[in-house]
Write a protein that binds this ligand. Sequence first.
Ligand code: LR7
Ligand code: MN
Length: 693
Amino acid sequence: MAPSKKIIQVIFLTSMMWFSVDVMLLITYTTAPEANFSLKLPQAFFGGDKKHERDERGGSKKLNVQKSGLGEDFHVNQERDGIAVGDSNRKNGVVHPGDGIERNGNVAHFNQRPNFEKVEDTNKQRIPDGDEGGNDGGRRKESGDKSIKGEVQGKSSLSESKVTETTGEKADKPQQEIKKLPAFHPVRDLDVTSKPHDLDGPGEKGKPVKTDPEDASKVAIGFKHASFNEYVSDLISLERSLPERRPPECRIKKYSDDLPDTSIIICFTEESWSTLLRTVHSVLNRSPPDLVREILLVDDFSQRDYLKEPLDEYMAQFPKVKIIRLEKREGLIRARLRGAEVAQGAIMTFLDSHVECHVGWLEPLLQRIWEDRTRVVCPALDSIDATTFSYAGSADIMGAFEWDLQFHWVGIPEREQKRRKDDSYPIRTPTIAGGLFSIERNWFYELGSYDKGMDIWGGENIEISLRTWMCGGSMEILPCSRVGHIFRKTQPYKFPEGNMITFLRNTQRVVEVWLDEYKPIFYSKRPELRKRKFGDVSERVALRERLKCKDFKWYLENVYPEIVVPDIDVRARDELRNLGINKCADFMLNKGPQISLFPCHGQGGHQSFELSKKGHVQYDTRCATGKRNIPKVMMFSCKSKDTLTFEHSKGGEMKDVDSQKCLDLSLDRQYVILADCNGRQTQRWRWGAYLKD
Ligand code: LR7
Ligand code: MN
């Protein structure tokens, strides 16, 4: 971009902060046709900087256009002090009552259209073709067209509609078409509330709520009930304001006028009243109503009274909200399947029951699926603190796992950072956290929905991740779509069989169906599971065959190359028992890298090692290493040049090929060391299992 153009652009962007997005886009695109997406916009771009505050757009505008079914006015909140806002009809920066504002059921909303006339031509010019457009106007792949189109029939489609004008000439003359609306618009930042935001109220703008010491007992009761600070949650408005957390570049992205609609599916069991309602309000207030077909609340057999009639009565005011009651406790996996059965939207969007959707959260999700129906997309998860309910933006991260197959977050690897042109770009993620994602409804079923054999909680997130990638789809986290989630350490509901057993059983089903020759790595972590029943997985195995899915090796190499794969070619495994003192080698990372000796417990875990065919003693991705001047044997990366290579025969010595020393015990018999070989009993070792070649 020529320097002069860049300067013009920056001047406009900073001085016209919050001026109509349409106008801004026009300026951006006409002055810089090849807009530089990596341009870092000032921090204040989303309204954080007081200097740029626009006085004509105060905290909240009361709209005198229409009464809600509840007999009260609704309000479109406008930005101030860096909160995310319902920034809707941007015509010269003010909301125009009557300009497409309508009520759909009882949900107040705008039938909102950006000021198309101004951006029409530049739009066309700007839209790139590829699928890596990151919502900056990516075109839809033809492959995606069919299925979604089938789903949205009967829905008005802006791009097909034409603005016509009666000419006043003969009545039989066809109306003259004067303009065709362009097919893309900037994100619709709605935040329609029943009352104006009280910006000084508790928790507003996502600020933390502090409690007085005298409320300690109420706080404790709330925590017991909800595993988060329910007392504080109850103090906060159900329609509270949230801080702006999207990367600035999200502003210049465009969304199709033809986006398919979505059913929102929220399963819950024993959820707190205020968090459940806040979840629903945040969806209703901050989603373009034409894109939300329905909100399905699936009650997984909650026993709390307030979740029965009182919930029915409350939700009766929202025609889009339907409550499905399960007749027995099913767990979140089968509960979601029940929601999916009745869902009518072209896309399904699953949410946990204690979230808050950020302004503008929905269109980015739908857009990416509209462009390519095989994408499974997640909002970036912001964090709602379980104690103070403060809303904090999260860093850019992606989903991963280690060999215990538990989901966890990791930083974005360099290969992925390089691929992304700026912070707003989708993050391709090996796994999803599981609770919050959108998927095209037909694609969900084509891919095999969920494994019905999984109970209550856990494992389904890794399962759908492996399945999606291996069977032809992809997964992304979209930083322009954000939803806050209350992260808590325990669950308030019961696991009929205990949480560990349930989680492990579900996970074992994943391992058995998807892990191929890598299964032993999982079982070496959990030898006790080798004999445990996990139910019948034949249907899932058949599904994998039917879909002709790629193998797990492909997934590891192409989707998650960061995971360190231990050598799967092993000759002995499980415990490593010292025959001199009849204790087992034991490695606990948090106690240091050395190998200690403890009574053998046969439970695997810290006492589960492997002897690879190469002669390495492995634990996960660590190997026994030794240094000449330190007798203690330590577990370090298998890539270390000090990795030891052992010769061993059953029940005999473990001799390092290089130094010709043998595994032995320290004088105090606490640690494993390398010592000169002497044939004594403490140099004799036996592995739990020796495998045939
Ligand atoms: O038996 C149950 N029936 C239910 O309906 C158990 C749970 N549920 C509901 C529950 O009320 C909640 O709405 O299911 C939802 C998830 O349960 P949580 O909130 O107790 O679980 P979580 O947030 O700790 O769990 C994460 O991992 C789960 C694995 O099974 C699910 O995939 C959750 O949806 C998932 N949550 C998220 O991805 C949000 C981000 C958390 C992270 C990381
Ligand atoms: Mn949750």
